[in-house]
Design a protein around this ligand. Structure first.
Ligand SMILES: *Cc1c(COP(=O)(O)O)cnc(C)c1O
Length: 432
């Protein structure tokens, strides 16, 4: 019998013309198996797939949709902007407004440059760190993702404090030979790296609350040590807040941890679902950028008038008093409920959250680094993923991704999700 599920039919068509049928790999469901759901439309906390199935959405476009889909104030701002023009390649007042809004909420930034993707922002911040310090080495941590720029597609080599190996074909080892890859939350290794290479390190880039190895926090002391060592050795501390910015709280992970980075990289929420990202920091460093300084950086669509309208309208909503209190409460309700359901069914489970971002693990204890995250048994995760999907709940199709709650998720959505998880956990026990 021919397969008539519209998602399967679309996936067939997509695979004929787009590599793997998707424009970003994790969408392909390869980690969990099965057919990706093709989204037809979304509203509030839900989206509907090609078969008109409704899902409670815990991805929210991987973070940007913090207000839920189709928030009326955002839709109106975008509609108005579109009638005024799509792109000019010349400056607009709205870029200043967005820059001012960002700087007002992230006190470590005195100036900001707008770009179109997190990858571009992280890559540019890296170039700026190297240009401003005149040094070439950078530190990154295993499990942190900073987009797909060559120098950042790297995993740890063998042994302590070694330079990394490329994680992608097409990246020659020479291109990552100045990228030092360290273990997250490993202070001894961090100190060793600075002892060995301190005078050559341009910058240390970190997700201070990591969301690309599921959800793992840098410990307070570890993050503090990153700050101290950078200061002591004249390296720039770069917080990649593409995911955490305006997501874990109004002042990002730096606000949560109380640490002032030198450079901050933003994306996702600041575009409200449109392609928009940014990087910024102190005036003297940012003035190293072209056209003022020698560090080149540019973009045809940078500061796009429709994207900035979308971002501005989104930031206006999240900056309203009480927004993050209410959002954090929703997220905690969800993870507390999931924890209780797992416990009742005897399933090892741990979870953590900050603001509208969460992670859970089928492990008794919260992991502290990438190796520990990867110890999660993936077969069980896949059962949970597909069990939830079949019950109309859409979580990330890979265990190394964080989850996102939006302001549009209702108490009913959260309890329906917890109930769906409870049913799946029950099945775990029966088949154990
Ligand atoms: C998503 C993400 C990026 C990359 O952003 P894109 O817009 O996908 O290029 C970089 N850093 C972090 C921390 C991210 O979560």
């Amino acid at each position: 019998m021919p397969n008539t599920d519209p998602n399967d039919i679309l996936f067939e068509r997509a695979r004929a013309v787009i590599p793997g049928g998707v424009n970003s790999p994790v969408r392909a469901f390869r980690a969990v198996g099965g057919t990706p759901r093709f989204v037809k439309r979304a509203q509030g906390a839900y989206f509907w797939d090609a078969a008109d199935q409704r899902y409670i959405d815990y991805i929210g476009s991987w973070g940007p949709m913090i207000l839920g889909h189709g928030h009326p104030a955002v839709v109106e701002a975008v509609q108005r902007a579109v009638t005024e023009g799509f792109s000019f390649g010349a400056p607009t007042e709205r870029e200043i407004e967005l820059a001012e809004a960002i700087l007002a909420l992230v006190p470590s930034m005195e100036m900001v440059r707008l770009v179109s993707s997190g990858t571009e922002a992280a890559m540019s911040a890296l170039r700026l760190a190297r240009g401003a310090t005149g040094r070439k080495y950078i530190i990154k941590f295993e499990g942190c993702y900073h987009g797909h720029a060559d120098a950042l597609l790297v995993k740890a080599g063998s042994g302590l404090a070694t330079f990394g190996n490329p994680t992608s074909a097409g990246v020659p080892p020479e291109v990552v030979q100045h990228t030092l890859v360290l273990e997250y939350n490993n202070t001894a290794q961090l100190e060793e790296a600075f002892t060995l290479h301190g005078h050559e390190i341009a910058g240390l880039m970190i997700e201070a609350i990591a969301g690309n190895m599921n959800f793992v926090r840098a410990s307070g002391p570890f993050a503090q040590r990153c700050r101290e060592l950078c200061t002591q050795h004249g390296a720039l501390l770069v917080f990649d807040e593409v995911m955490t910015g305006f997501r874990v709280g109004l002042h990002g992970a730096q606000g949560v941890l109380g640490i002032r980075p030198d450079l901050t990289v933003l994306g996702k929420v600041i575009g409200g679902g449109m392609p928009l990202a940014a990087f910024g920091g102190p005036r003297d460093i940012m003035e190293q950028l072209a056209p003022l300084g020698p560090v080149y950086q540019a973009g045809t669509l940078s500061g796009n008038p429709v994207a900035t309208a979308c971002g501005l309208a989104t930031l206006k909503e999240v900056a309203k008093p009480g927004f993050f209190d209410a959002l954090s409460r929703k997220t905690r309700t969800l993870i507390d409920g999931l924890k209780a359901a797992a416990q009742a069914e005897g399933v090892p489970f741990s979870a953590d959250s900050e603001g509208g971002m969460f992670g859970f693990f089928l492990l008794a204890q919260l992991p502290q680094n990438y190796t520990q995250v990867m110890a999660t048994e993936s077969a069980r995760f896949n059962t949970l993923f597909h069990g939830l999907l079949a019950r109309g709940v859409y979580i990330a199709p890979a265990l190394y991704e964080a989850g996102f709650v939006s302001a549009a998720h209702s108490d009913e959505d959260l309890s329906a999700t917890i109930e769906a998880a409870r049913e799946v956990f029950k099945g775990f026990q029966r088949h154990a």
